[in-house]
Design a protein around this ligand. Structure first.
Ligand SMILES: C[S@@+](CC[C@H](N)C(=O)[O-])C[C@H]1O[C@@H](n2cnc3c(N)ncnc32)[C@H](O)[C@@H]1O
Length: 242
């Protein structure tokens, strides 16, 4: 199991899917097809529980092989696959502009983040995704005033449905937000935007405030503190005090 803790999640996905295909091939030779698919899907689910770091993976694995087998039974028009592609674009399409994909902070990051935010401050998650960070903090840190900004429509809508009403949940580009209104700003974005967001941080954040980046460094600017997350991607929280 140790080797899997250092593996990227996409590789674990590939390993489980490949193992599922092999298992299906074997089971299908002596079991009823439906039973074979069910056993394989449940096995993939269990492997995902132990090997992946996010709960969503187990549901993906549970559904993946049954869906592949199911859709192979029909003569489905390629237009449906095109529609799915368009829908995916609606969810992740902004990545072409922002160059920041949607992925979520893991439990280790959330725990360390909650430990690092000063008491009673105005907190902002820039590029807040589905609001996972804010949901965690709303439960773990009742002393904070929480805000999040997300420009992709579907993740924002998902957050809108799930976040407590006390969270300010903004549907816009974080570049239009005045960072001076916040004491602590958290960013889990991508290496390509770090120089730009640092310019915004330096020009807008007030003295004494705190900027935290999950994993991505600001080129040429050493953080004041680094908190190792000890996860599969060697993640860390990088803290800069203004
Ligand atoms: C890696 S996800 C992080 C989600 C969340 N902060 C977390 O840690 O779980 C980054 C998110 O930032 C959003 N994003 C990227 N550029 C943005 C911008 N300029 N304004 C608002 N949201 C942005 C993306 O759509 C994506 O959902």
């Amino acid at each position: 199991m140790r080797v899997f803790s250092t593996m990227p999640q996409w590789l674990i996905f590939g390993v489980i899917s490949f193992a599922s295909l092999l298992a299906l091939f074997v089971f299908n030779s002596f079991l009823n097809g439906l039973i074979a698919v069910s056993i394989v899907a449940f096995g993939a689910f269990l492997l995902a529980v132990y090997l992946h770091d996010g709960a969503w993976w187990r549901w993906i694995h549970l559904a993946f092989m049954p869906l592949v087998v199911f859709f192979l039974q029909f003569d489905i028009s390629p237009n449906w696959y095109l529609l799915i592609l368009v829908l995916s674009w609606l969810i992740f399409g902004k990545v072409m502009v922002s160059r920041v994909p949607l992925y979520l902070s893991n439990q280790k990051a959330l725990f360390q983040l909650a430990e690092s935010i000063p008491h009673g401050v105005q907190f902002l998650d820039v590029g807040a995704g589905t609001g996972k960070v804010l949901r965690y903090l709303a439960a773990a840190r009742a002393d904070l005033s929480l805000s999040g900004v997300e420009h992709a429509s579907i993740p924002w809508l998902w957050g809108k449905l799930r976040l407590p009403a006390s969270v300010r949940w903004l549907h816009k580009d974080y570049q239009t937000i005045d960072f001076a209104n916040y004491d602590c700003i958290y960013a889990f974005l991508s290496p390509v935007v770090m120089s730009d967001i640092w310019s915004q941080v330096r020009s807008q954040m007030r003295p004494g405030s705190l900027f935290i980046s999950n994993t991505f460094v600001v080129p040429g600017v050493a953080p004041d503190q680094v908190i190792e997350l000890n996860d599969w991607k060697s993640g860390k929280l990088l803290l800069w005090r203004m």
